[in-house]
Design a protein. Sequence first.
Length: 89
Amino acid sequence: MGYLNGEKVLPRALLASIQEYVDGGYVYIPRRADSRRQWGESTQSRRRTAERNNEIRRRYLAGTPVEELAQDYFLSPKRIYSVLSAAKK
């Protein structure tokens, strides 16, 4: 998500109306419902995270301790346990 300059993308009348409510502040304008995307859809983050979690599970089942997994993946032990418990569901 990037910031856009309202003066460059909004009609003057609309900008003036918005300034009555938020003068110089930041406003988040959500996407329309018909153009929303799921998390990671455009960046493949979801796929990479799933691959990482599968590797964590595989290594844990092979005997790697949780503390070592946490250190190797730069995650907290609590997060490692969460990844492992999600596999059981």
